[in-house]
Design a protein around this ligand. Structure first.
Ligand code: PMV
Length: 390
């Protein structure tokens, strides 16, 4: 590389969170992050929740290629010197392994790498922060090295997978499937774009604390100890995948919601069945699940699904034309507004009879304290991780 010392490569990207409808839980290969099963998710918009990452890759003057440089890379994350974690190193190593001039040049050079990253949401609380941050990192490096027109999206999903499995799905927009594949060929693909189905997602935050058991550790324990999990992998997931794909194709929300709810339940049951038992949910999560089951029952068909990743925060999924009903219902049962129950029934189009009144009032009596509902964020489907050009 001529005049290589002057070279500095900068790239920036914004990555979204995604919510899994059919969960990824358990690795076939820990090193390559190959999952035990395919998974399907919704990529959410980046209006409020996202990770924005800037990567600066500089050629170092330091000729002292000792082991502290960890494979020729010194890294600072948000201004602090950092050990290059194995996963981040794997991402860079993958980029530098391509048979592309800039990648080959950087592979043999000592580098200073600076990663500056902001998250707009609570980290490690089941809000998929690793997915958005690893997806943003991959696109930021892609942009820094000007590879966006060279590396296909599928390749980028494979690289993001090395950072955090579910990150591969955050690269793409709309409704995505992570295809288990074999060896290095485990990738995400888009099933439908973000305009295919007018779905909304409401995230109800009931816990901002870091989870006790990380997803990596949790899935290892479950795989090693849960009998129920064997049934999930051998039977439940393939059945749910097939049914969900059919529901997506037919835009059949009633059956779609049933599968999404059941897959979330099954995943959390496997966590509970692990030894030691893992519980990502809390009382507030339980209350929200009950609320949705009652709403769907009173409506006579499923208009809302819930799903919980490895955390107690609830993701509610609905068709946008039903958003008002879901808003009104939850505002009432959380006691956020003081509508009369007769008005609620009018608003959510449910018959105003004694049975229905009793059912809703019984539920409302068990509502969590208002301060336990920390925040509610509304999403629509998004377009995936985007490079930011400045
Ligand atoms: O990608 P990880 O290692 O953060 O694991 C994600 C696991 C779940 O969020 C629970 C499920 C999923 O498919 O996203």
């Amino acid at each position: 590389m001529k005049n290589s010392k002057e070279k500095i490569f900068i790239g920036k990207a914004r990555g979204p969170i995604n919510i899994a409808l059919i969960k990824y839980w358990g690795k076939e290969d820990e090193e390559l992050i190959i999952p035990l099963n395919n998974s399907i998710s919704l990529t959410l918009d980046t209006n409020t929740f996202y990770t924005e990452t800037k990567v600066t890759i500089e050629l170092s003057d330091n000729k002292n290629n000792d082991s502290s440089l960890q494979n020729n890379i010194t890294l600072t994350i948000n201004g602090k010197p950092s050990n290059v974690t194995k996963r981040i190193r794997n991402i860079f190593k993958k980029f530098f392994s391509f048979d592309i001039p800039i990648c080959k040049e950087l592979a043999s050079t000592i580098l200073n790498i600076k990663i500056e990253s902001i998250n707009t949401f609570p980290i490690a609380s089941g809000c998929a922060s690793s997915a958005s941050s690893m997806a943003a990192l991959v696109l930021a490096i892609t942009s820094a090295l000007k590879l966006e027109n060279i590396l296909p999206k599928k390749e980028l999903t494979k690289i993001a997978r090395l950072g955090s499995g579910s990150a591969c799905r955050s690269i793409l927009g709309g409704i995505c499937e992570w295809v288990k594949g074999t060896g290095d060929c485990s990738y995400a693909e888009q099933l439908y774009d973000n305009n295919y189905w007018n779905l909304g997602v409401k995230l109800i935050i009931v816990n901002q604390k870091e989870k006790d058991v990380s997803s990596s550790v949790g899935m290892k324990i479950t795989k090693e100890t849960s009998e129920l999990f064997k049934y999930r992998i051998n039977y439940v997931v393939s059945k749910n995948l097939e049914a969900l794909k059919k529901n997506l194709k037919e835009k059949d929300f009633n059956n779609f919601a049933e599968i999404v709810i059941k897959d979330s339940n099954n995943f959390h049951a496997c966590c509970r069945d692990s030894y030691p038992s893992i519980n990502y949910l809390n009382e507030e999560s339980d209350f929200i699940m009950k609320g949705i089951m009652i709403l769907n029952k009173l409506k006579g068909n499923n208009i809302c699904a819930y799903s919980f990743d490895a955390g107690s925060n609830a993701f509610l999924i609905y068709e946008m034309n039903n958003k008002n009903i879901i808003d009104n219902f939850f505002n009432y049962i959380f006691d956020f507004d003081h509508t009369e129950i007769s008005d609620l029934f009018k608003n959510i189009q449910i018959e105003n009879n004694e049975n229905n009144i009793n059912e809703i009032n019984k539920l409302k009596e068990r509502r969590p304290l208002k301060e336990k509902i920390l925040n509610q964020i509304d999403f629509i489907l998004g377009e995936g991780t985007k490079i930011i050009y400045e």
